[in-house]
Design a protein around this ligand. Structure first.
Ligand SMILES: [Fe+2]
Ligand SMILES: [Fe+2]
Length: 592
């Protein structure tokens, strides 16, 4: 980008406007010299004019070059994405710009009222600390003394407090500042600190956010240490300001990213908290999805070898995983937590139990009524049939059916319907033992949810899509709603909510779908089923791959890379067992 704006420095210097300016300068000087030096031999005047023109030209070209450098540095700083590299670059560019031997960048900590060492560079000593280099353990420079008075003894603190630049020819002769620390440093290294330029870093609101300290400017021709030229201070101030703005921009962006990240995790945690039975689901799915993405990046052979998710893409995938079930915010809790088929806000098996109890008592009462008693001895009446054992058998059966499971036989469905025809008497009125809604619930073939309830549960994906599509995600996160909204889609087109096929489901959505299934199969805290053994979960997964519900090659990667074994380490010990995948046996202790 810099090269587009300034394709060639020499070309910029020879711009027609520069030549025109120099022409005007020459004409002006010649006219002035001609008037002031009347009577002086023309060759002397011409010699003097040549010298002045040369010096003006050199100076203006030097200034032009500096301006060119300044703009280039500004563009470079604003395009830097990594904060450590940005900090290093600010010092490096300022050193280069002033031909200084050393540079220190301090960042102001408003809370602690101190200047933290961010970067320390010294070419002669070969020092390059902070940023991506060696960490700096030096104590921060306090901006205030213990008595709360401002610390103007330290030159950098003074600069931060006043916002004024300080240009010192020789720190050993400087008055008004304490340079004992500099002298000690020199004594321990054999260095001689001499000229120093201390510049505040002001952000877009004119607040000082740091201090740049440049040390020992060197003459570009002789290499001798010289004072920092006064006419360059303004330009270095401008450079520092660009650096401050770039730094502030990066901090603001980073701050917003962190805030968004934390907010997304809070939503994920809230969904996990909503139901004690799905606690940790979102957290585990997010972790597993990210692990799968990293395995894709590590792959060196096969379909995934050419795929490499960059940091932004990984962040996008991670966020989609954290938000994939956000629509469950609208799902009724009694459905999310439905542990038995008859559960609503309580388990209605208790109601049936009471009905059975009423019937038993009623039968007992009728029996007593018809037993001979002393006053009616001799009179006989038919006893009602004994039902005690039958009632017991009925409630045992319903208890068992109510639990839900993987499959309900036709025979048992028929039996539930038959039981629904039984009536019980209360206050002389006959009531059906099972209400139609209870029959429908008890006849659920798999799990505990009826078709209508399943529809409400599945609606969470549509809600996820609607909620996420309503959010103005930045460009680099624009696929979050896409990936999150596809976590129940299947490659064979039988998934929901859109029934998308193989070609329409991108890899990150497949990774998320796989993580969702794997977590759900092995979760130990579901209300309607215990966590499956790893071997059983993998057998079911193989079935799903065979039906093209999931991406088989992705599953292969998860198994063959050892990720599944690492995942299994977090399962309860009783679930960890050896498993088969594509006919090969894998051990959970196998951590290749
Ligand atoms: Fe879901
Ligand atoms: Fe999920």
């Amino acid at each position: 980008m810099v090269m587009d704006v300034f394709p060639d420095k020499a070309q910029a210097r020879r711009h027609p406007a520069v030549d025109l300016l120099m022409q005007k300068v020459v004409q002006g000087i010649e006219s002035y010299v001609g008037q002031a030096m009347a009577g002086v031999p023309p060759e002397v005047v011409a010699g003097l004019a040549d010298r002045v023109v040369r010096e003006v030209r050199e100076f203006s070209e030097g200034q032009g070059n500096h301006l060119y450098e300044l703009v280039k540095i500004g563009l470079g700083l604003s395009s830097e994405k990594n904060i450590d590299r940005l900090l290093e670059r600010i010092v490096r560019e300022a050193k280069h710009f002033t031909n200084a031997d050393g540079g220190t960048l301090y960042i102001k900590d408003d809370a602690r009222q101190a200047l933290d060492f961010a970067i320390v560079q010294n070419d002669s000593l070969g020092v390059c600390m902070g940023g991506s280099g060696e960490a700096i353990s030096w104590l921060p420079v306090p901006l205030r003394h213990e008595n709360n008075g401002e610390n103007h003894w330290n030159v950098s603190a003074h600069c931060a407090l006043t916002g004024e630049p300080i240009n010192i020819s020789d720190v050993y002769d400087a008055e008004g500042y304490d340079f004992q620390g500099t002298r000690d440093f020199d004594a321990s290294t054999g260095y001689r600190s001499r000229s120093m330029l201390v510049i505040p870093l002001r952000d877009h609101e004119d607040e000082v956010i740091g201090v740049l300290q440049l040390l020992n400017a060197k003459d570009r021709e002789t290499g001798a240490v010289v004072p920092f030229p006064e006419h360059e201070v303004g330009m270095v101030m401008s450079l520092a300001s660009q650096a401050a703005i770039a730094l502030t921009k990066m901090r603001l962006v980073r701050g917003l990213e962190n805030l968004l990240d934390a907010f997304v995790r809070t939503i994920g945690d809230a969904i996990d908290e909503k139901s004690p039975y799905t606690a940790g689901h979102v957290y585990r799915v997010a972790n597993l999805t990210e692990e799968i993405a990293l395995e894709v990046n590590r792959a060196t052979t096969g379909r995934f070898a050419s795929i490499n998710f960059n940091a932004d893409e990984l962040a996008e995938i991670r966020m989609a995983a954290w938000l994939h079930d956000v629509g469950k915010i609208t799902t009724p809790e009694h459905l999310m937590d439905k542990a038995t088929k008859l559960e609503t806000i309580f388990d209605r098996i208790e109601l049936i139990r009471h009905r059975v109890e009423i019937s038993r008592l009623h039968d007992a009462f009728v029996r007593l009524e018809n037993e001979p008693c002393p006053r009616t001895e001799g009179r006989t009446a038919p006893l009602p049939p004994p039902k005690e054992e039958e009632w017991q058998e009925i409630i045992t059966f319903l208890d068992m059916i109510n639990l839900g499971g993987e499959g309900l036989s036709d025979e048992n469905i028929e039996k539930v319907r038959r039981l629904a025809g039984i009536t019980y008497a209360m206050s002389g009125v006959q009531f059906p033992l099972l209400a139609p809604d209870e029959v429908e619930n008890l006849c659920v073939q798999k799990g505990t949810l009826t078709a209508a309830e399943r529809k409400v549960m599945n609606h969470h994906v549509e809600m996820s899509i609607r909620m996420l599509e309503g959010l103005p995600f930045p460009k680099k996160l624009r696929n979050v709603p896409v990936y999150a909204g596809m976590h129940h889609e299947k490659l064979n087109g039988t998934g929901y909510p859109r029934g998308l096929g193989n070609g329409a489901i991108p890899l990150p959505a497949r990774m998320l779908a796989l993580a969702d299934v794997l977590e759900a199969l092995t979760a130990a805290d579901r209300p309607y089923k215990p966590g499956k053994m790893l071997s059983e979960a993998m057998r079911i997964l193989e079935g799903m791959v065979a039906r093209a519900d999931l991406d088989g090659e992705l599953c292969d990667l998860v198994v063959e890379s050892g990720l599944i074994v690492r995942f299994a380490q977090d399962l309860p010990a009783r679930q960890r067992d050896d498993f088969f995948w594509r006919g090969k046996r894998y051990s959970v202790s196998d951590t290749r």
